[in-house]
Structures are given as C-alpha cells and as structure tokens.
Design a protein around this ligand. Sequence first.
Ligand code: ACO
Length: 436
Amino acid sequence: MPNEYAELSINGKTYKFPIMTGSEGENAIDISGLRKKTGMITIDPSFMNTGSCYSKITYIDGEKGILRYRGIPIEQIVEKLSFVETAYLLVHGTVPTHKQRKTYSRLLTENSLLHEDMRHFFDGFPRGAHPMSTMATMVNALSTFYPNVDSLSLKEDIDKTTTRLISIFRTIAAFAYKKSKGQPVVYPRHDLSYCANFLNMMFDSPVKPYEIDPEIVSMMNKLLILHADHEQNCSTTAVRVIGSAQVNLYATISAGINALSGPLHGGANQAVLDMLKKINRKKGGIQLYLDKAKDKNDPFRLMGFGHRLYKTFDPRAKIIKKDCRRILEKLGKKDPLLAIAMELEDRVLKDDYFISRGLYANVDFYSGIIYRAIGIPENMFTVMFALGRLPGWISQWQEMIRSDNRKIVRPRQLYIGEKLRDCPEPPELLDVSYNY
Ligand code: ACO
C-alpha cells in the first residue's frame, strides 16, 4: 500500500492519487482511478511521461547511464555470461545453474530446425527484399505451425516455446541471408554453440568452408547481450500491446520485428553506416552533417545519437566503443569509417547543440562498424539487433500475460475533430461505371 499521495485540484475539488515507489526509489503517480473520480483522462502523446506497466525485468537510469537486467549491471553480464545464459536470465529471472544450462542448450539444439515446408516460403520473396520484412513474415508464419502458443492456451512448457523461437529465429535469419545471396541454405549443427551456429549457417558454403573464430563468436555474444532488453522501448511496447489482445506469441513477436525495423529504432544501425559512408565521400563531410543535424529546416538527424531515456552516455555504446577498436585491430582490419565515427562523436561532445539536449552516441552508433568488421552485411544489421532483442520481447510478453492486472491495452484520446453535423447530400452520379 502506498503511504504517500499526490493531490490534484480541479475546479476547487481536491482528489488524491497514490504515489507508487519502484525498487530503485523511482516514484510514479497511479492515475488509474482518474477518470472514475474526475471524468478526465491524461494526454501524453508518444507516452513521454507514461509508465505502461510494472516490470521486474530491466532497470534503466537514463540520467546516470545505468542498465541492469534482473538487477545485474550490463557491464558484469557481458563479462560473465553468454547470450544464451542472458536469455535464460531475462526469461526466468535467474542465471541458469549448470543443469538448467544443459537443458536449455539441448532444447535450443532440438528446436533449431525450421519446418521443411517453411523453407519453401523463402522462394516467394523478391531477391531484394529487406531481411527484416522477411523475418517478420516468417516469424508470423510460425503461428500457423504452432497455433496454440498464446496466453490463454499456453499449454506448452515455456522453456520449449521460447527456446524454439530463439533457436528458429536464428535459423530463419541465416536462411534469409543465404536466399538473398542465391546460395544453398546451411542447416544448424548440434555441435556448435548458439552464435557459432549462426555464423556457420551464414557463412559456410559447399565451396568455401567457414572457419569459426572464437574472437568473433565472443564479440557476437556480447553484441546480442547488449541488445537483449531495454524495458518499454517502441518494439517491446508493440509486443506488449499486441500480446494484450491474447494473440499468438509468434504473431506478437512479428509485430515487434516490424516496429524495430524503423530507422528511429533498430533500423538506426544500418542508417548510421549509410551516414558515415556519405560523410566519408564528401570533403568536409563531418561539418556538413553536423550543420544539417542542427538545421531546424532540415529533417536530417545525426543517426546513432540521442535516446529517449539516456541523457548521458549510453552504457551499451561505452562498452561497444572499446571493443570496436580492439576487434578491428585483432582482425587486422582498417576501417576509415571508424576514424570518422570517432571524430564525429568527439565533435558532438563539444557542441552546444548536442550538449544542451543531452544527445550522446547510442548503442547503434558503433555496432554497425563491428558487424561490418566481422562480415555481417549491412542489410542484416537490424536482423542482428532483433536476434539480440528476442529474449527481451519474450520475457516482457511472459511478464505481461502472467500479471494479475492484465487487460487489453486500449488508450483513450481527446477528440478535436468536427462537432456534430448532418451528412450532406452526395453529389449526383454522372458516370455509373464507377464503383462507388
Ligand atoms: N540529431 C539531431 N538532433 C536531434 C537528434 C539527432 N540524432 N536527436 C534528437 N535531436 C534533437 C531534436 O531535434 C530535439 O530538438 P529541439 O528540442 O530543438 O526540438 C531534441 O533533440 C529532442 O529530440 P526528440 O525528438 O524530442 O527526442 P526523442 O526522445 O523523441 O527521440 C530519438 C529519441 C528517436 C532516438 C532521437 O534522438 C533520434 O531520432 N535519433 C536518431 C536515430 C537513432 O539513432 N535511433 C536509435 C535510437 S536507440 C535504439 O532504438 C536502440
């Protein structure tokens, strides 16, 4: 029970609303009784000030640059856990024991094969289709093969359901890439870890065997972990909203994939690389793009900068930035785009426009350079983000369907359209061939 209340005065009458306190001391006014008491609603476009749920999964302090999964700092997770262990942590709330890890890993292997009939679906997509659109369609199609995976008829063990999705998602992503290259698909192997398996399915070929580099596998683990959850972001909110209608899990996740594909969200990692390349091609490119970003008449935004929550360094970007230089050196690759990215960030950090708005490099700013270095093609960058974010979507969906106060999400609006008016007589029909 709350022991503090916020008071709201409307037309001389005072109403009290409970102040709820989170485990890290954050406060929120519970206005769920507002309309009943006052007849009014709140207006908060883009949900800038709206807490949509109670959650025990991820904690972010945007002012201090803190990110924790289930209470554990992200900096420790990337050092100590694999992506699969992180997925388990998000879904179950605890780091898996040796036995749990073994079971999870067995389930991942057993569920990695895509239904053979689904393999033919790929033939229907145009060659140039963006892999995010293919992913969303394929994951949605899983609901036709597994129709009983929704909140009401969730009869299956949650581990089986979620590992199937986490495992098959990786297979679909690699198949989508192979199809776009016109190459034969490579099936998952039982003897490879999650990330090694993915890289092998992506890059192995009958004419050029892929050599698995543990350094690249470890980097991929890290990148996926950093993207694994980020509380109520746009795609996760899409997942919670769609899932609240008791939709099949696979259809729900498909909505998350579509939301993530936008350039203001997960699509930013691909957009960053496009931007860095353009800067590289132009003399004085950095200044030019900084000016464009600051020009209020230009819709351009500096991709990879800014975040709704972080008004200081994005802790994920801090980790990636260090690795970016290290992995490039390790692989013996020189990327002019890294030098540009470093200088751009340096200039942003000294520029009043960005300082005054709290705009810092976000996770997408350096991730593209690393993906490029480890051979991931640009149109697959956002798919990599989705692969990482999947355990987050699943754990948020699971938390939502299991919560006591679960209801279909249905915001209200303030209507500002025409007042009541009569319908005018329609114009006389001059040409009867039209289908009115
Ligand atoms: N470049 C230039 N100006 C920017 C940028 C940017 N990247 N981001 C924000 N601003 C400015 C806005 O123009 C606005 O200025 P104003 O106050 O003078 O009007 C101010 O900063 C606040 O911006 P908002 O759009 O209100 O911030 P919001 O929280 O709505 O948007 C977002 C956050 C979408 C991430 C935004 O910063 C952006 O578009 N960034 C570029 C795209 C990007 O990198 N997206 C990835 C986000 S991280 C992720 O999804 C994993």
